[in-house]
Design a protein around this ligand. Sequence first.
Ligand code: UD1
Length: 366
Amino acid sequence: MHMKILTIVGARPQFVKAAPVSRALAARGIAEVLVHTGQHYDRQLSDVFFEQLALRKPDHHLGIGSAPHGAQTGRMLEAIEGVLLGERPDRLLVYGDTNSTLAGALAAAKLGIPVAHVEAGLRSFNRTTPEEINRVVADHLADLLFCPTAAAVANLAAEGIARGVHRVGDVMYDSVLYNARLAELAPSPLDALELSPKRYYLATIHRASNTDDPARLDAIVKMLASLPAPVVLPLHPRTAKAIEGAGMVALQGSLRPIGPAPYLEMLALERHARAIITDSGGVQKEAYFFGVPCLTLRAETEWVETVEAGWNTLVDGDPARLASALDALSRWDGAAPPFGGHGTPARDLYGDGHAAEAVAEILFAC
Ligand code: UD1
């Protein structure tokens, strides 16, 4: 009998992570049922990613959409339970740390369906963020835990989780290696934006901790607007709403606000940026994969390797820390890591670009 895996996705980064794993599952002859919770529903955050990543249409689209955390997660839980009862998969597969991850893991665990978690073991040690709560719960419900890094394995060990833990590497690294070539072949977003390589910054802001406090958001926007080169700012809908709601404008100073960037355009914008300024987890790593310095608008990060390697620095929302990081960059010779770390290459930290195949192989064997 064929093995049947049910995959839950819902938000932009999960489409990126699921694409290489879906390909690997198909290559291994494992049947996959794809379920989209509908957490992200705007075309630019969802459909465009399915198209560019050649992800097939979801078998079930739950259409949940936005709501406060409890309501959003609760609606997903109920809908996923219904799908699981109908599909009766051998195993559920969830990715990362969103509310879709939490709802999927919880629904399956309650039905006695084993849960596999891709991107297990990451910790920011900041339980005030929804992502940290989601990933801790998902990890404790999972019986197969696919870790991207050695630090993730150690985090799980510290919480008493050793069984079912596999360090497979990072599926986002797989995705970047696979898609960076396609991105270079596609029309360049730099042309449309009249930008020259290495003469602009790329910034993203979407974490609740940065968008939901108008004073902090205003300080970050002003800080970015005052940079000495254009700052391309692909706006997540929640950030656009928060800026508008607070009576601020994104079009000021050096800022060049654009809509949410499709994946291939985002990869091109990242690769050619002078530096990236972000609060996204995935974007921090992508910066490192491309050898682009990253300034992170958070007080902590799950991707500690990027900081230890000297390619990422935590500036939080502090203009003085941003200024000193930019100062370091202005004196940077482009050879050694910009922020003085050990400079270990990405493949030694995040795998060899075949994490997805390793996931499929282990699932097949279980
Ligand atoms: C979610 C994840 C976050 C991930 C991010 C990637 C949680 C708790 N957070 O954050 O970990 O890094 O996705 O983007 O799961 N909205 C739209 N259109 C959409 C989707 C969202 O306008 O297609 C707006 C809505 O106003 C919504 C807000 O964005 O209320 C927040 O959406 P939500 O899915 O709750 O969280 P994200 O910020 O996208």
